[in-house]
Ligand binder design. Structure first.
Ligand code: NDP
Length: 284
């Protein structure tokens, strides 16, 4: 039976450290501030935004939410970002993705100042991550690396297989595993015999967006299984990309959904906002 990697416990430990640093900054008159923009009515996005706001409040950070209607035009959105770029109370800006189809996501990502880009999606930050010389790491992959470190799982020399190649999860995940000396394979919807790659994985990261996509036969005995997927089932319950009950029997470590990667993503966002506040106030 696998050890369950508890994202709630690990994120609480990360957040405790952040809260202590926030208290220290407050003594210097600095309150880290995060602006969260959401466009439209996507229910999942609303939940994520509300969780991000709650985390800010819990850690003593300032947060402001801009809930814009579905029919918002790109000019209005870029104007808002421009104002937030210039606002000294705001250290981090994020625009919840996906955006409604008529809005150009790249234009929005490019408009956020790299030093306030706490999601690490701006091409400048993406380039820095490639070079291994970065200010911010993308929240989900960095949260996963924190989990591996917390559990004492060494990546060096391990066969790491990432399922999914999105800019948000799959690609940066692969890069961070590579930085830690993993031998990394990225798989996707065009991969031939994906199961064979998975069966060879010492560390398997599933970021597909399909419930129970990873079945027992795809998991190597003793593998570390990281489940990024968040899928809403017909009964309203959340389910990961991994068939948890089956994979748990073979894995050495596994993350649950919910309560695994999700809380780590938010903790990393808080960490990035703190880093942004420190950098903008020339503290680091
Ligand atoms: P995307 O839809 O952007 O990417 C999904 C990836 O999965 C694509 O690269 C796609 O391949 C690949 N894929 C789809 N079907 C298959 C298949 N049959 N075989 C192999 N690969 C396949 O999703 P994201 O990366 O943004 O998110 C993935 C999941 O993680 C979602 O469930 C999302 O909700 C969740 N998520 C969770 C977070 C958390 O904090 N826990 C944060 C972010 C996301 P191709 O490129 O070829 O189309």
């Amino acid at each position: 039976m696998a050890k369950i990697i508890d994202g709630k416990v690990i994120s609480a430990a990360v957040k405790e450290k952040i809260a202590a640093e926030v208290r220290g900054l407050k003594e210097k008159g600095i309150v880290p501030g995060l602006a969260v923009i959401i466009v439209g009515e996507d229910p999942a996005s609303k939940v994520y935004v509300s969780n991000k706001k709650k985390a800010c409040e819990q850690l003593g950070m300032y947060s402001v939410e801009y809930a814009l209607p579905e029919n918002t035009q790109i000019d209005e959105l870029l104007k808002l970002i421009d104002n937030l770029n210039k606002d000294s109370k705001i250290n981090g800006i994020l625009c919840q993705l996906p955006l409604p189809r008529h809005l150009d996501e790249d234009a929005v990502i490019n408009a956020i100042l790299p030093e306030k880009d706490v999601d690490a999606f701006h091409p400048v930050n993406v380039g820095k991550i490639m070079n291994g010389d970065y200010d911010f790491l993308p929240c989900t992959p960095a949260g996963i690396m924190e989990m591996l470190e917390y559990e004492g799982i060494d990546v060096t020399g391990k066969n790491c297989v990432v399922i999914g190649r999105s800019n948000i999860v799959g690609k940066p995940m692969a890069m961070l595993l590579l930085h830690k000396n993993g031998t990394v394979t990225i798989t996707h919807s065009k991969t031939k015999d994906l199961a064979a790659f998975c069966r060879n994985a010492d560390i398997l990261v599933a970021a597909v967006g399909r419930a129970k996509f990873v079945t027992e036969d795809m998991v190597k005995e003793g593998a570390v299984v990281i489940d990024v997927g968040i899928n809403r089932m017909a009964d309203g319950k959340l389910c990961g990309d991994v068939d948890f009950d089956a994979a748990e029997k073979k894995a050495s470590y596994i993350t649950p959904v919910p309560g695994g990667v999700g809380p780590m993503t938010i903790a990393t966002l808080m960490k990035n906002t703190l880093t942004a506040a420190k950098k903008q106030n020339k503290i680091v």
